[in-house]
Design a protein around this ligand. Structure first.
Ligand SMILES: [Zn+2]
Ligand SMILES: [Zn+2]
Length: 177
């Protein structure tokens, strides 16, 4: 078997400084800064994986990220995506969120927010519901220790699934008539 040559494309952080900053450039610079703070090497593969995560609110799993990144970097392996996600998670760049089923889902939004999990389609929706935010650490009498953050995971049926069920009911109702 031919030895696979690592195809890392080195990212040049100085290149972006010479141009007017587009959204993408600003994103690259932000990533570069995050990497530097976390003593991580900036590679094109890592940047693309991170970019996939920041460009969606879907909380994708590793395989979804892999399929999207592969369109830009065909040589990337699923294993690299898994390893990169674990690294990002360990460095606090992303968080792993609760999932129904067995594949971990990832979130690049690391500031305080809550999740609504649809038990029917598996969607994970960000929520910053004011009612939830008022639930301050002090309000939660906790005997376990000092509360530093509050994270709430709501489970239920999302609006899309509710609408689908309603349509289905209406359709079968008309059929029976
Ligand atoms: Zn749903
Ligand atoms: Zn989220």
């Amino acid at each position: 078997m031919a030895k696979k040559v690592a195809s890392f494309v080195a990212y040049d952080p100085f290149r972006a400084d010479q141009m007017a900053l587009s959204d993408t450039d600003a994103e690259i610079l932000r990533f570069e800064q995050i990497c530097r703070q976390n003593r991580m090497k900036v590679t094109y593969q890592r940047l693309e994986i991170f970019r996939q995560l920041t460009s969606t609110t879907e909380h994708p799993d590793a395989e979804t990220i892999y399929n999207r990144v592969r369109k830009k970097i065909p040589s990337i392996s699923l294993d690299t995506v898994y390893r990169t996600l674990r690294l990002f998670e360990a460095k606090g760049l992303i968080v792993r969120v609760g999932a129904i089923g067995d594949s971990a889902r990832y979130d690049a939004t690391v500031d305080s927010h809550h999740h609504f999990l649809c038990t029917r389609c598996g969607a994970i929706i960000d929520t910053r519901c004011k009612g939830l935010d008022r639930t301050s650490a002090e309000d939660l009498a906790c005997d376990c220790g000092q509360v530093e953050a509050v994270y709430i995971e709501l489970r239920g049926i999302c609006n899309t699934c509710l609408a689908k069920a309603r349509k289905h009911r209406q359709a079968s109702g008309t059929a029976r008539r």
